[in-house]
Write a protein that binds this ligand. Structure first.
Ligand code: C2O
Ligand code: CU
Length: 660
């Protein structure tokens, strides 16, 4: 069973235990002495079952269980034992037919166990990992407060009848004043603990984490504003000049459907930028009328930091009427894309994106080659591939070499199937794989932001590219001799997934990931956290939201390892700017295929990924979830080279110039 399934099962068992303890409390309070033992027994059993599910999860990693093992289960365990010890004898006596009144203590104890069970689950959902002393104190005090309140409610009728009927007997009076004393001191203790817990929670976090490396700057301060790209092409290269104007537009798709878009030069996808290795790419970004501002981020392209297009970090967002020129050398060959990085959860969704493809200088592609760049984007539920919705046909004579460059510009993964031919997955995220073998009848999952290059030689029958198992849409490559109707595509939904960690052949990598200079762990979850200064039910990294997540500090030349753990029930496509990372392992299973260099990798529910890279591109780099709404909801932080500063304060990040 996958860790994700165990997480889900554990939630279900936790819910059942809450229900069972509350049911036990209610039946006991109603003096249903025959029913209560069965319900109480169930509560105990489900609680023991919970110990089992938590134990299983613990085997998958401490991150998945920390708050359960340190707080939830001990609290529930203690309260549960108390409940059984107090309610047990009472129920036994009742079972023997002795007339018994209501046992206030037993009722309170059983309800306390119910509160403890509930509190444990609430902590898991609202706080998660890591558990802090503040959270623990607040939780325990809330459960105690619940117990005190319950005691008041349950005991109240007895008190009032006594008061109305006759003057209380001396022993009753003693009991009442003892109860008052307990209530008052209990209340005081609860309030103090809760206060201490809240105080602890507001302690400021470290603003930087060093991942076990030194903290001293390795160089005197450099501003990102000075980390700009080259201004001339490599010898033999040319300058590729483009102007991209961001503007609101109503775009008409081939089906006739109109999209209320934000577009570059009036089209979605934006202009397909191409270059040859060594060229200088020079793009003037103009903002016509996008209110909040726009930028251009070169996704997966390891440009100098000043060209990275992150508002508030590498530049200021470009307001309406203004422009900004990006310049960098096309040193990386392959399939990439660009998009706005300002309020990108809106801007990219509405259409501010396009492709960037760089071809190798040597071995120019043959003219007869079919080479299609296919950004896949969803506009209000309609999948648009390149600029077309519905089904697209493309002629391809048999024997032609074909390259399909798929780009996922959405925030969720797409499932890609190529039907009708064997093929190779030649490149992932722009980087060639080593000896990618021929495959057929497999499904490929393309992470949000990711790219796959599929290559094959055109057979003499049609080939279908199917996205998300929608056989009616997608792309058809058709040899002129093949009848259009001949393109029957069998159901693709059952095809197995190609595991990229076992695809292709291993090869040497340029550093030893086993000797990392820094190691950062990011535990992804949901929880209550501050996002841009406001409390929210955030998408969190180590329990915090942007910009309150500590910067990761690295030094030029470091080998850096990252462990990314997903505690949540959603997929998080993790994306680091400015570097590609080498995949080391998933859930402890090492990558044994081709070295896999990516800029975006899907961390599915319950998964743990280990990646590494060498820090050779100084700057301040965003490190975030590429489900862009998740990033907006807090799942975003910065990886910062020691000594690099930014002069750009802004809506998406303060100066970040401090060093600790
Ligand atoms: Cu394509 Cu920061 O993202
Ligand atoms: Cu995410």
């Amino acid at each position: 069973m996958s860790t994700g399934s165990w997480i889900l099962l554990d939630h279900v068992v936790a819910l059942l235990s809450i229900a069972a303890w509350f049911a036990a409390g209610v039946t006991l309070a109603l003096r249903r002495t025959r029913l209560t033992p069965a319900v109480l027994g169930t509560a105990v059993l489900v609680t023991l079952l919970r110990v089992g599910t938590v134990g299983m999860l613990a085997g998958r990693g401490w991150w998945f269980v920390q708050e359960k093992v340190l707080l939830g289960l001990p609290m529930l365990g203690a309260a549960g034992v108390g409940a059984v010890l107090l309610a047990g004898p009472y129920l036994l006596a009742a079972g023997r037919g002795r007339t018994v009144g209501r046992s206030v203590r037993a009722v309170v104890a059983v309800f306390t166990a119910a509160y403890a069970a509930l509190a444990g689950l609430v902590v898991t959902f609202l706080v998660g990992y890591p558990l802090t002393a503040g959270t623990a104190l607040i939780t325990v005090s809330l459960v105690c407060a619940g117990a005190l309140l319950t005691a008041r409610v349950v005991a109240a009728p007895a008190e009032s009848t006594a008061a109305v009927d006759v003057a209380p007997a001396p022993e009753d009076r003693r009991a009442i004043s003892r109860r008052r004393f307990i209530a008052w001191t209990g209340g005081a203790v609860v309030v103090t603990t809760a206060g201490a817990g809240t105080g602890l929670s507001f302690l400021p976090a470290e603003s930087v984490t060093r991942g076990g490396g030194p903290g001293r700057p390795s160089r005197a301060g450099v501003s990102v504003a000075d980390l700009r790209g080259a201004d001339a092409p490599a010898p033999g290269g040319t300058v590729r000049r483009h102007v991209l104007t961001a503007k609101q537009a109503t775009v008409r798709l081939p089906s006739g459907r109109e999209v209320d878009a934000w577009a570059f030069n009036g089209q979605v996808a934006g202009p397909a930028l191409t270059a040859t290795e060594g060229d200088l790419v020079e793009v003037r970004l103009r903002n016509a009328d996008i209110e909040g501002g726009v930028t251009l981020h070169w996704h997966g392209y390891d440009v100098p930091c000043g060209e990275d297009g992150v508002p508030g970090v590498t530049q200021r967002a470009v307001p309406p009427g203004a422009d900004f020129v990006y310049r960098f050398r096309a040193d990386q060959v392959g399939t990439y894309w660009y998009h706005t990085h300002h309020a990108s959860h809106i801007g990219v969704r509405k259409g501010l994106y396009g492709s960037l493809v760089v071809s190798p200088r040597a071995g120019q592609r043959a003219d007869e080659q079919v080479d299609l760049t296919l950004p896949v984007h969803t506009f209000d539920g309609t999948v648009v591939i390149a600029a077309r919705d519905g089904r697209t046909e493309h002629p391809a004579p048999p024997g032609t070499p074909v390259r399909l460059r798929l780009i996922n510009t959405d925030s969720d993964p797409h499932r890609i199937v190529l039907a009708g031919t064997p093929f190779r997955l030649a490149a992932v995220d722009g980087r060639d794989l080593n000896q990618p073998g021929e495959v057929r009848d497999v499904g490929l999952y393309l992470p949000a932001g990711g790219r796959y290059d599929l290559v094959f030689r055109m057979p003499d029958r049609s080939v279908a590219l199917v996205v998300d198992d929608d056989r009616a849409g997608g792309l058809r490559l058709r040899p002129p001799a093949d009848a259009p109707a001949a393109t029957h595509v069998a159901d693709t939904s059952g095809l197995p997934e190609l595991d990229l960690l076992r695809y292709g052949a291993p090869a040497a990598v340029p550093f030893d990931p086993g000797r990392a200079d820094r190691h950062f762990t990011m535990v992804l979850d949901r929880g209550i956290a501050l996002v841009n200064g406001r409390p929210a039910y955030a998408q969190t990294v180590n329990g915090r939201g942007h910009p309150g997540i500590p910067d990761q500090l690295v030094a030029d030349g470091d080998v850096v390892r990252m462990t990314v753990v997903n505690r949540s029930l959603e997929t998080h496509p993790w994306h680091l700017h400015g570097h590609s990372v080498l995949i080391l392992s998933r859930d402890g299973t090492p990558s044994t295929g081709s070295p896999l260099w990516v800029d975006t990798f899907d961390v599915r529910p319950g998964e743990t990924w280990e990646v590494a890279f060498r820090a050779t591109n100084p700057g301040i780099w965003m490190n975030h979830c590429h489900n862009l709404p998740h990033a907006e909801q807090g799942m975003m932080l910065r990886l910062r080279y020691a000594g690099v500063t930014t002069p750009f304060g802004g809506p998406h990040g303060e100066g970040a110039t401090h060093e600790h």
